[in-house]
Design a protein around this ligand. Sequence first.
Ligand SMILES: [Mg+2]
Ligand SMILES: [Zn+2]
Length: 243
Amino acid sequence: MKRRAAFLDRDGTLICERRGLVRAPGDVRLLPGSGAALRRLNAAGFAVVILTNQSAVARGIIDETALRAIHDELRRRLLRHGARVDAIYYCPHHPTAGGGRYRKRCRCRKPARGLLARAVRDLGLALRGSIVAGDDLRDLELARGSAARPVLVRTGKGREREDAARRSFGARLLVYDRLLDAVTDLVRPRQRDAGAPQPATSGGRRRPLRAGTSSRAVRAGAREAAAAGATGASRRRTADSTG
Ligand SMILES: [Mg+2]
Ligand SMILES: [Zn+2]
């Protein structure tokens, strides 16, 4: 059975965009709840895959070595929250900016699906039951026409993009204040179903995926699920500490 995944945008979804750009490892600031969201995805068996456009490379603002250092720091910060990232894929290109080898009309710059396709192939991932989360329409485009669910977060540019995203994706779109709210609502911890083998397509799908839920209802649901998940999480920590 292929693994489900959370395909996550980086800037404005997992980390803050500081004056628009993260230029050095010291600029990495996790958004509130990012660590908890990823820890929960890890516990539920989801692959956590970051897909990010980094045209700062094409523009000559940072090089790929700096970008990798930033991503190492991002992984370290998340690890402090007990959260793991399975893979990070980035597009360093831009179709018109810069002058070097990074200036090209590539197939990996979102909304193109190159990064997603690479991740699916490299890691053997399923789209059904997976989520694609970001703060901009080009992130959500990766889910269009696929079995993965588009999720807009209201961090980063998300709040400004909400109306356009709803018009574009209709009832399929799910909107949450932040990534943690989305994950808490959509991803059920495996521990809750311990003992009962799960059919391949269950898990998050058993809970109805509602569109247009008010954030009040979402938060209420989140609290409920968080309370239920806390038991599982502490049990897991106990089990992990022995291994
Ligand atoms: Mg973004
Ligand atoms: Zn590219």
